[in-house]
Design a protein around this ligand. Structure first.
Ligand SMILES: NC(=O)c1ccc[n+]([C@@H]2O[C@H](COP(=O)([O-])OP(=O)(O)OC[C@H]3O[C@@H](n4cnc5c(N)ncnc54)[C@H](OP(=O)(O)O)[C@@H]3O)[C@@H](O)[C@H]2O)c1
Length: 237
């Protein structure tokens, strides 16, 4: 059996987060702290426990809410106990305020996008750092997007979402440089059929997630601070 691993995944009620938890639960070596903002409504997530080989803990966590982030630490502490650390923090949860532009956006939409997509993941990294440092793998995966790349030149669409993902890329670089013993990467999951990706997306969630899990479970320190597509290809900043 492979070494036991502990995971915290944000936004696991649906979409890619739910699929990540589903695939992780097929391996008995995984303990997953699957977080979502409303566990009472997360029936798809909770039903994953039925056929699970791994261990599932569902914890309430709203990544746009500082109090919620701070109070989730106690739940993490209770689950991990005094001896186990956290091997993987997967900052997956995010929102998009739609197809706005640099000259046509709402302040409220911009603020809430930055709060959920950048400040929440950053704060979670900060409060969970002691647990990550105690883990064997010490990995932070920050979900970015191809739209966060300036080099890929995707044009003027989806401005506030794209700006938030560019900030996630810089957050990742800063985390990697500030804590050289961690492996922090920014990850583009590809264009995937979820509520966010829409039905025209070419990838199914299981296709993107199986590649993502292969990539992140084999990461080494020399890859920290980099920006990857789900397929393992390094992306232009
Ligand atoms: N799908 C794509 O094509 C695509 C492409 C590039 C990047 N991405 C990135 O991949 C990640 C997952 O995307 P997805 O396609 O799975 O999106 P999704 O289908 O819209 O699901 C988003 C998830 O994030 C959760 N969430 C949103 N705000 C939250 C908050 N404040 N606190 C806690 N959870 C919150 C949602 O929970 P509720 O159920 O409570 O709303 C849901 O579980 C995101 O970071 C996204 O930017 C996706």
């Amino acid at each position: 059996m492979s070494a036991p691993r502990t995971w915290l995944v944000t936004g696991s009620s649906r979409g890619l987060g739910l699929e990540i938890v589903r695939q992780l639960l097929s391996d008995a070596s995984n303990t997953i702290i699957a977080t979502c903002r409303n566990p009472d409504n997360a029936s798809s997530l909770k039903s994953l426990a039925d056929n699970a080989k791994g261990v599932l803990h569902v914890v309430r966590l709203d990544v746009s809410d500082e109090v919620s982030i701070q109070s989730s630490v106690q739940a993490v502490e209770e689950i991990l106990g005094s001896s186990r650390g956290l091997d993987y923090l997967v900052n997956n949860a995010a929102i998009s305020s739609g197809n706005d532009t640099a000259f046509g956006f709402s302040v409220a939409g911009f603020e809430s996008t930055l709060k959920s997509n950048v400040i929440g993941p950053a704060l979670l990294g900060q409060v969970l750092l002691p647990y990550l440092l105690k883990g064997d793998r010490k990995v932070i995966v920050n979900f970015s997007s191809g739209l966060g790349s300036i080099g890929l030149d995707y044009g003027g669409q989806n401005a506030t979402y794209s700006i938030s993902k560019t900030a996630v890329n810089m957050l990742t670089y800063k985390q990697a440089r500030a804590q050289p013993e961690l492996i922090a990467i920014a990850l583009d999951p590809g264009w995937v059929k979820t509520d966010m990706g829409g039905q025209n997306a070419p990838l199914e969630p299981h296709e993107s997630v199986s590649e993502i899990l292969k990539l992140i479970t084999s990461l080494s320190l020399s890859e920290s601070g980099k920006y990857y597509r789900y397929s393992g290809e390094e992306l232009l900043w």
